[in-house]
Design a protein around this ligand. Structure first.
Ligand SMILES: Cc1cc2nc3c(=O)[nH]c(=O)nc-3n(C[C@H](O)[C@H](O)[C@H](O)COP(=O)(O)O)c2cc1C
Length: 179
């Protein structure tokens, strides 16, 4: 069975991005995926130490924390969903710490250590209106870390403070369904 790894950046009660992620996952399950969910705020994740051990040896990060469980799933998955609230005009801090820990997914010659063809989707929630112009580049920057390792971007959703909740949930479901 194809595997979806979903990494949720908000576990706030009433979180918009989490509700959308749930719909995305439901869609993916209807498309034949099994889902493995990580809630970043419930994980013990240390920051990248910049030790360079991974790039020297072509291995996963040597830090023994909850990223190890994630790495195992990442190496076996067909799709990755990342979600985040917008905090202070950018991706929320824990999701940036999580993203920094992908430095080890490049070989010493900078080629990707990941299996080819992992599908990538991102869901981002912000208080500002959906079309607020300053934020898409932040989300694109974030996703580029993953596409830079060979993942194929198949979906991006920005949910603004003015977005219709019903439409947003439908769109999230459809993104998952069409994985
Ligand atoms: C600490 C903090 C900072 C925030 N900064 C911004 C911001 O700079 N721009 C914005 O549009 N929304 C901002 N928001 C609003 C959140 O992005 C919005 O509530 C969003 O729905 C959070 O995602 P969630 O519902 O998935 O938790 C901020 C919220 C918090 C708590």
């Amino acid at each position: 069975m194809k595997k979806l790894v979903a990494v949720l950046g908000s576990t706030r009660s009433g979180s918009v991005s989490e509700a959308a992620a749930e719909q995305f996952i439901k869609g993916a399950e209807d498309a034949g995926y099994e889902a493995v969910i990580f809630k970043v705020n419930e994980m013990n994740i240390k920051g990248c130490m910049g030790c360079g051990s991974c790039r020297k040896n072509g291995t996963d990060c040597i830090i023994q924390d909850d990223m190890q469980k994630y790495y195992k799933e990442l190496h076996e998955c067909s799709a990755l969903l990342v979600t985040s609230p917008n905090y202070y005009a950018n991706i929320a801090g824990p999701m940036i710490t999580f993203m920094n820990r992908h430095y080890c997914m490049n070989n010493p010659d900078k080629t990707s250590r990941l299996q080819p063809g992992i599908k990538l989707a991102g869901i981002f929630a912000q208080g500002a209106p959906e079309n607020y112009p300053d934020y898409p580049e932040k989300y694109d920057w974030y996703l580029s870390t993953f596409t830079g390792k060979g993942m194929e971007l198949v979906g991006k959703q920005i949910i603004g403070g003015d977005s219709s909740r019903e439409d947003a949930m439908k769109k999230a479901y459809e993104m998952g369904r069409s994985l």
